[in-house]
Design a protein around this ligand. Structure first.
Ligand code: G
Ligand code: G
Ligand code: MN
Ligand code: NA
Length: 254
């Protein structure tokens, strides 16, 4: 059987699982957000990494069904967790460009919110820069409607996609996630350090909050702290966690 066939049935066979990677507020040290990350446990192949099955889902159109499953599951999970924490934790969900182009509707997002009973400001959609290159009226309107619902928007893998920055002023955005390649090299390479500084300064000027991805060391953390970066995510704090581990390592200590 093909991987595509198996992926088609993965949802009903309950082979998909969401992991949650905590995102830490650098000022308070508290977990303020979590990113939902999809995992597929294939019955014979074992774990299939997202970089293999997400592109397949996009090519075949399965991303629509898969993406909706992620939205409903993650929003409901985070809504349930709110009762167990001292301060709200928001959920970031990756939405691929293909998924949006295939028509992820405002009605679906509104339905996810009403089904999950999650406060809209606790939902963030992570999108990549490629989508923002198409500044058609319909595209910009979609973002404004998302904002009207109260949902937040984050630019994922910032700095790796395109050189034009003009979209930053045309789209209503909330967060920039600095790609982990810059964080990885910021300590050893002057160029990367300069880029990280410039991105954070620019974001502050645009009133966007910054999330640094892939923080693995104390040196990287201190560097980001000096620059007043708002949020950090990475193995230094937490790996992506299963539901059980998230409850044990995050909720019990929150
Ligand atoms: O968790 P991991 O490093 O394996 O993720 C690899 C890539 O897969 C990341 O770029 C991430 O954005 C993407 N990814 C993970 N979960 C989802 C998901 O639910 N939807 C989409 N569209 N992409 C995801
Ligand atoms: O593209 P996106 O940002 O959605 O990718 C998220 C992926 O980054 C997850 O699959 C996660 O496993 C990975 N990741 C998270 N933190 C770290 C880290 O500190 N180091 C590395 N190398 N990868 C990380
Ligand atoms: Mn992401
Ligand atoms: Na990223």
């Amino acid at each position: 059987m093909s991987l595509e066939h198996d992926l088609r049935h993965a949802i009903e066979r309950e082979e998909l699982e969401l992991y949650y990677q905590p995102i830490v507020d650098l000022e308070t040290g508290f977990v303020a957000k979590a990113e939902a990350l999809l995992r597929w446990e294939h019955p014979s192949r074992g774990k299939v990494p997202p970089y293999e099955f997400i592109p397949l889902a996009e090519e075949t159109g399965l991303i629509t069904k898969l993406g909706e499953w992620v939205l409903y599951t993650a929003a409901r999970q985070m809504s349930q967790w709110q009762t167990q924490v001292s301060m709200p934790i928001s959920i970031s969900i990756n939405v691929s460009t293909h998924q949006l182009k295939r028509g992820l509707s405002i009605a679906t997002i509104a339905d996810v919110l009403s089904y999950s009973q999650l406060a809209s400001q606790l939902l963030t959609l992570e999108i990549t820069e490629s989508l923002l290159m198409e500044d058609t009226v319909a595209n910009i309107q979609w973002f404004h409607k998302i904002k009207e619902l109260g949902v937040k928007i984050s630019i994922d893998d910032f700095g790796t996609g395109y050189s034009s920055l003009s979209y930053l002023k045309r789209f209503p955005l909330d967060f920039l996630k600095i790609d982990r390649s810059f964080i990885r090299d910021a300590i050893n390479k002057q160029e990367d350090a300069s880029l990280v500084k410039a991105i954070i300064a620019m974001a502050q000027g645009l009133k966007l909050k910054v999330i640094a991805e892939g923080v693995e060391t104390q040196e990287q953390l201190s560097f980001l702290h000096q620059l007043h970066c708002e949020y950090v995510q990475g193995f230094y704090f937490f790996k992506p966690l299963s539901v059980t581990d998230f409850e044990k390592h995050v909720l019990e200590k929150h």
